[in-house]
Design a protein around this ligand. Structure first.
Ligand code: HSE
Length: 427
């Protein structure tokens, strides 16, 4: 008998309980032994719920029960989740978790503890929810150097961007609609500012490049500045706009970032819409491979957690090594990272400064009448060979730059009033 304890009976935890019970004979057969949920830990009561009989409120009951082999941590948040995981591993109990915050911050430490205590620390559901990506990365794509990983790692923002693209709606309106439908949290910051995707790409980068990537080091930009006008220009490029988590080796340096990107139709990530997630990986031998599916939700995420439970059950008393060294990976700066940009400029800062100082200089009228031409010439002078896009109303000039480093871009853009700039995914 394999006894499982589930910490946290929320969306994912209750899904894990359901998967283990509804698919019990299948799960047990795959695990090689009968699997049952012996405890569910939660502060709340669940009267009438099937888990009521196994509900406990004290973690020590679980920790001190020698019959418990596997602990599923689906509480979320940092504490007490992290402490409970540490205690469980030290007691020789395997831990399976969907908690990306804990994995991103302490993954290497928890793996080390699992090694020392002949048990396992598995975290398939921490990235991409139900999509199998962690195990393929550590068990299957092992012969390759990973050239890059680019992922749509957050369902909420992908839903918002999809609706903006399809229905021409403003960011704020789609966000409100997503909150009503339960696709976005009441406090959506972690999703829309890219923090959730940042933790996930930190985990993937740590595994792909074998050393600890601190999420605090990852340049992170959310989607709040994206407007309908950006989509209008993206459309001219046969492209859409997606929030990507990116990890890439460029000229021997590892870069990681989260930012909105222009994604062209020939990129497999282009067709990943609504709440779906996908992770596109480029191996030096394999080439491109993409993992696609549901990145959130109770049963999809629970499916990934229970696959870890089965793996832990099959390997009871034996540690499966996972390469994630504690030494910190020094990431390349975005100032050095090279990419093309879609840029929208609406004026020259020098002219704005003149206006502020002198009110209405005599040259202003001439500038306003010829703004598009003046801006176009200035863009050509500063950015060199660019591709101009069809303007909307003469109020601004939009163009695509050649690949340039972040620092080169900032320098070139400093004289312009930049309405927005979005990096272009280079597939
Ligand atoms: N808020 C996350 C998302 C949930 O939208 O993808 C899964 O981590």
């Amino acid at each position: 008998m394999i006894n499982v304890a589930i910490l946290g009976y929320g969306v994912v935890g209750s899904g894990v309980y359901k998967v283990i019970n509804d698919n019990n004979s299948h799960v047990s057969r795959r695990a090689g032994d009968d699997v049952r949920v012996k405890y569910v830990l939660d502060l709340r009561e669940f009267p009438g719920d099937p888990a009521e009989d196994v509900l406990v409120h004290d973690f020590d009951v679980i920790l001190n029960d020698d019959e418990v082999d596997i602990i599923v941590e689906t509480m979320g948040g940092v504490e007490p989740a992290h402490t409970f995981e540490v205690k469980a591993l030290k007691a020789g109990k395997s831990v399976c978790t969907s908690n990306k915050e804990v994995v991103a911050k302490w993954g290497f430490e928890l793996l080390q503890l699992a090694r020392e205590n002949n048990c396992n620390f598995f975290f398939e559901a921490s990235v991409g929810g139900g999509i199998p990506v962690i195990r393929p990365l550590i068990n299957c794509i092992t012969a390759d150097h990973v050239k890059s990983i680019s992922g749509i790692l957050n369902g909420t923002t992908n839903y918002i961007l999809t609706k903006m693209a399809e229905e021409g709606l403003a960011f704020e309106d789609v966000l409100k609609d997503a909150q009503k439908k339960g696709y976005a949290e009441k406090n959506p910051e972690a999703d829309i500012e890219g923090y959730d995707a940042c933790r996930k790409i930190a985990i993937l980068a740590s595994l792909a490049y074998e050393r600890q990537v601190d999420y605090e080091d990852i340049y992170t930009e959310g989607i709040t500045k994206i407007t309908g006008i950006d989509f209008w220009y993206a459309n001219q490029l046969d492209a859409s706009i997606k929030l990507l988590g990116l990890a890439k080796r460029q000229n021997g340096v590892v870069y990681a970032m989260v930012a909105p990107f222009i994604v062209k139709q020939d990129n497999p990530l282009y067709g990943v819409c609504d709440v779906f997630n996908a992770i596109l990986l480029d191996g030096d031998m394999l080439g491109d491979v993409m993992f696609y599916g549901k990145g959130a939700g109770s049963l999809p995420t629970a499916s990934a957690v229970v696959s870890d439970v089965i793996e832990a059950a099959k390997n009871k008393g034996r540690n499966i090594p996972i390469l994630w060294r504690p030494e910190k990976r020094q990431l390349g700066s975005v100032d050095v990272f090279e990419t093309s940009y879609l840029v929208r400029v609406s004026g020259l800062k020098a002219v704005d400064r003149l206006k502020e100082t002198f009110g209405n200089p005599s040259d202003e009228l001439r500038y306003e009448r010829n703004k598009e031409e003046i801006l176009t010439n200035e863009v050509k002078k500063v950015f060199g060979n660019v591709k101009f896009l069809m303007g909307q109303d003469g109020e601004e000039v939009a163009f695509v730059t050649k690949p340039m480093s972040g620092a080169e871009f900032e320098k070139a853009a400093e004289d312009f009033v930049v309405e927005n700039r979005i990096r272009i995914a280079d597939l």
